[in-house]
Design a protein around this ligand. Structure first.
Ligand SMILES: O=P(O)(O)OC[C@H]1O[C@](O)(COP(=O)(O)O)[C@@H](O)[C@@H]1O
Length: 331
């Protein structure tokens, strides 16, 4: 079995400017993932469930695990010294490192340290999402401008899913590969090489509890999914875990579409462009799928703020295109 670091070192050829720094950065992310995995696995025993007693910039009550995971990743990347700034769901402002070592770092990271927080106490898979860019600024602490780059400038993106097994799935723009953590040796081992989203998917994932607020295009797409037409595998089936990482991971393996649309109440939906939609969109496209707002390619959006939200349609290409068709027809 090939380890994550062996795989990246081998893939160095993909990186014309390879210096080993990217390998170290992904290794730092792997280290933090193992620490978070250990706490998640014993969440029921350790005093790590429940609320931290503060709210994040989204007005969400932070969970203890949100804060723990955030600290783990920020600290691991500080020690690695490859990153000069981080945009995190758990930090209102841009997090910059004050140590000279990190200020020489040529990468910036956007991350959701713990995705699916509402599922922590109920033992449903949760995740971490990360997106990596080269900095634009010369040196010193990174800047907001370094993070406000369109998703098509990402040099890598990925997620860790803490589920029945813990996996790290990532892309550098050369396909998508998945590694499973073998707890007996504490190593991520290549288990899912060259992952692609099946075209024959028949799963749609959306929180239909918000149906009355949905745009007419979304309502018509849901009706389309529920119509009887065996030739097109319809009616599709529906699955919604309520953790973006878990819903996307299932669709990446089985085929399907995940939608968190804008609604009459929240025209931009709920999900954050920098550390939820851009990284998942990069993975989806690299796996042969598609990701849009229902109208526009996610990766071409020029970000305006660290925590901006966008509507999100992602998954099997023909299913996203069908949804876009209904959105345009009802625009
Ligand atoms: O409960 P809702 O409104 O369906 O939202 C669920 C979505 O929100 C999220 O939990 C948002 O992520 P966070 O948990 O990181 O805030 C996604 O993982 C999930 O897909």
């Amino acid at each position: 079995m090939k380890t994550l670091i062996q795989f990246i070192s081998e893939k160095q050829a993909d990186f014309p400017f390879a210096t080993g720094e990217f390998t170290r950065l992904l290794n730092d992310i792997g280290i933090a993932a193992k620490l978070v995995n250990r706490e998640v696995n014993k969440a029921g025993l350790a005093d790590i469930n429940g609320y931290f007693g503060q709210q994040n910039v989204q007005g969400e009550d932070q969970k203890k695990l949100d804060v723990f995971a955030n600290d783990c990743f920020l600290t691991a990347m500080r020690h690695g010294g490859m990153v000069c700034a981080v945009a995190s769901e758990e930090n209102d402002e841009l997090y910059t490192y004050d140590n000279a070592f990190s200020q020489k770092g040529k990468y910036v990271v956007a991350m959701d340290p713990l995705d699916g927080s509402s599922n922590i106490e109920v033992n449903v898979p949760i995740g971490t999402i990360f997106s990596i860019y080269r900095r634009k600024s010369e040196s010193g602490p990174g800047t907001v401008e370094d993070l406000l780059q369109p998703g098509n400038r990402q040099i890598a993106a990925g997620y860790i899913i803490y589920g029945s097994s813990t996996m790290l799935v990532y892309t550098t723009g050369h396909g998508v590969n998945g590694f499973t953590l073998d707890p007996s040796v504490g190593l991520f081992l290549l288990s899912h090489p060259e992952m692609t989203i099946p075209e024959g998917g028949n799963i749609y994932s959306i929180n239909e509890a918000n149906y009355i607020y949905f745009h007419e295009g979304v309502k018509q797409f849901i009706k389309f999914c529920q119509q009887d037409d065996p030739a097109t595998l319809r009616p599709y089936t529906t699955r919604y875990i309520g953790s973006l990482v878990s819903d996307f991971h299932r669709n990446l393996i089985r085929g399907g579409i995940y939608i968190y649309p804008g609604t009459l109440k929240n025209p931009n939906g709920k999900l954050r462009l920098l550390y939820e939609c851009n990284p998942i969109a990069f993975l989806a496209e690299q796996a042969g799928g598609k990701a849009s707002t229902g109208y526009e390619r996610i990766l071409d959006i020029q970000p305006e703020s660290l925590h901006q939200r966008v509507p999100f349609f992602v998954g099997t290409r023909h299913m996203v295109e069908k949804a876009e068709e209904f959105m345009r027809k009802n625009a």
